[in-house]
Design a protein around this ligand. Structure first.
Ligand SMILES: [Zn+2]
Length: 250
């Protein structure tokens, strides 16, 4: 067993017993880590409370590589997640990102994923209210791409032809991108028109279009893409909550 300190972001925590809590963090040096923290509870005594979800800082833990649950020593908070916790839509948006990382099985340590995630949380915290949905979509697609699943939207995934700027396409989840109009006729994936494809291209660059057309369809596409490629079809709860809060309830 060794004592390890690493930059970390708290993604989730839950009570384990009367006095203990399990914390799930994404760390720069160890990837996804679960730690058992004895003596801290939400609303615990002063100095012993659990840090707010999405807090960033330095985690110190006793680590045994063969174990799934490590032992917490301390978490020195550098940026508290308080601002995200105060706004339900921001919190739900950040939870979408957390869900993607938590469901990505075998999250090896990646400083790229760590930086992506922490930058995303800062952006969602600071974004003006009207831009939150766009920012979450942009950051979620950037994160998905960083995890290695960037969708192909310029060339047809079936025949390889470059799509015309006004061409209607269909999204092919198993192939991980769009089919051109020639290859889309017998495919049941969702329609992606030229406008939606342009917006998706902007989101993949991290830019939220000023007016996001059909935000519900964008969230659905992201959800179905993550469900297909990352979660192994597990239900994505945070997506549903975020969609409902953003007003896209079915
Ligand atoms: Zn094609």
């Amino acid at each position: 067993m060794s004592v390890v300190s690493t930059p970390a972001v708290l993604l989730r925590s839950f009570n384990y017993s009367e006095t203990s809590r399990v914390l799930k963090l994404y760390t720069k040096d160890l990837g996804l880590v679960s730690v058992m923290a004895k003596g801290i509870r939400r609303g615990g005594a002063r100095g012993q409370g659990c840090p707010d979800t999405f807090s960033r800082g330095e985690l110190t833990a006793y680590v045994r590589p063969t174990r799934d649950l490590q032992t917490f020593k301390e978490f020195a908070v550098e940026e508290a997640g308080t601002a995200l916790g105060k706004d339900v839509l921001r919190f739900a948006g950040a939870s979408v990102l957390a869900e993607i990382v938590l469901l990505h099985a075998g999250s090896d340590a990646s400083s790229e994923i760590f930086e992506r995630l922490t930058d995303a949380l800062r952006r969602i915290e600071a974004e003006p209210k009207a831009g939150i949905v766009g920012a979450v979509l942009a950051e979620a697609w950037l994160l998905v791409a960083t995890l290695g699943y960037e969708p192909q939207i310029d060339l047809c995934v079936h025949c390889g032809r470059a799509l015309g700027t006004e061409e209607v396409s269909r999204f092919d989840f198993s192939a991980g991108g769009v089919r051109c109009s020639d290859c889309a006729f017998d495919h049941s994936g969702p329609l992606v028109g030229p406008g939606a494809r342009k917006q998706l291209a902007a989101l993949l660059q991290g830019t939220a279009p000023e007016v996001l057309g059909k935000p519900r369809a964008h969230l659905r596409l992201l959800h179905d893409f993550v469900a297909y490629h990352i979660s192994g079809s597990s239900p994505l709860k945070a997506f549903r909550v975020f969609g409902a809060l953003a007003g896209f309830d079915e």
